[in-house]
Design a protein around this ligand. Structure first.
Ligand code: SF4
Length: 259
């Protein structure tokens, strides 16, 4: 949804304006010295600065267009790396200066990244889809060892894991319940997925997108009615919509009966 992406888009646009202003200021500062060398030196520096800004803004424009329209303007894969490695840390600092919390910037980044994943859906390799779930989705007090194998869940309907196991079966995806980032990274290393749908809090999703790169990660934020890391839930409709979009076929979800 555009409203979720707009914080990240706005901050990215602001960082582009700041970069442009910084380059213009630098050029203005060095121009008197360049004039001593010759007029050609000033013109060469201005041309180099213009070319640099044109390249950066052109790349960002393609990113923005892809994220807003969810169409594939990202022909080289490296463009997405710019979002993950460069734009996110810059936007975090800008957000902090403007009083926008880390959580909101992270959530917006996840929405922005999801839009980029969907924009490149024609190029996605769906042969080894992994659904990565956090352990905090399991009901506190349930003794089933779902981290070993989600097949150990008896689908009692008291937490989302039973439904998630069913939906993963429908999607033909592997599903893993990880107790933390280290285990998640180990699972990714072992399974070598080609595509990941991850459920987590915004902090873990941001680091997951960064750690898993270049494997595309589509993120679904978990809901925390009991506070962080305890009896969390997930919007199953959003999850099935995300899976359907990734797989380009409907993946339906029906609430499990409690027993
Ligand atoms: S659905 Fe029931 S059995 Fe499965 S993990 Fe949740 S509480 Fe345990």
């Amino acid at each position: 949804m555009f409203s979720q992406k707009k914080i990240f888009l706005g901050l990215s646009f602001l960082s582009l304006l700041i970069l442009g202003a910084g380059v213009a200021l630098l050029l203005w500062l060095v121009t008197p010295r360049l004039e001593l060398i010759g007029r050609w030196a000033t013109l060469a520096a201005a041309a180099a600065a213009g070319l640099f800004l044109l390249t950066v803004s052109g790349g960002l424009l393609l990113l923005f267009l892809s994220a807003v329209t969810e169409r594939d303007f990202l022909f080289p894969r490296g463009k997405k790396q710019v979002t993950v490695r460069v734009l996110y840390p810059i936007n975090l600092v800008l957000g902090w200066l403007l009083g926008i919390g880390k959580e909101r910037v992270g959530e917006s980044f996840v929405a922005f990244n999801n839009a980029l994943v969907l924009a490149s859906r024609a190029r996605l390799d769906r042969s080894n889809l992994l659904i990565l779930l956090p352990h905090c989705l399991q009901r506190t007090g349930c003794g089933r060892r779902v981290t070993n194998d989600i097949g150990n869940c008896r689908r009692c309907g008291q937490c989302p894991l039973g439904g998630l196991a069913d939906i993963a079966g429908q999607a033909g995806a592997r599903v893993t319940v990880a107790t933390g980032g280290t285990l998640a990274r180990r699972v990714i290393g072992e399974i070598q997925p080609t595509l990941i749908l991850a459920v987590a809090c915004e902090r873990d999703l941001v680091s997951g997108v960064q750690d898993a790169y270049p494997i595309p990660v589509y993120g679904i934020l978990n809901q925390r009615p009991h506070g962080p890391c305890r009896d969390t839930t997930v919007d199953m409709q959003a999850l099935s919509a995300g899976l359907s979009a990734l797989l380009s076929r409907p993946v339906a979800w029906e609430p499990a009966k409690r027993h």
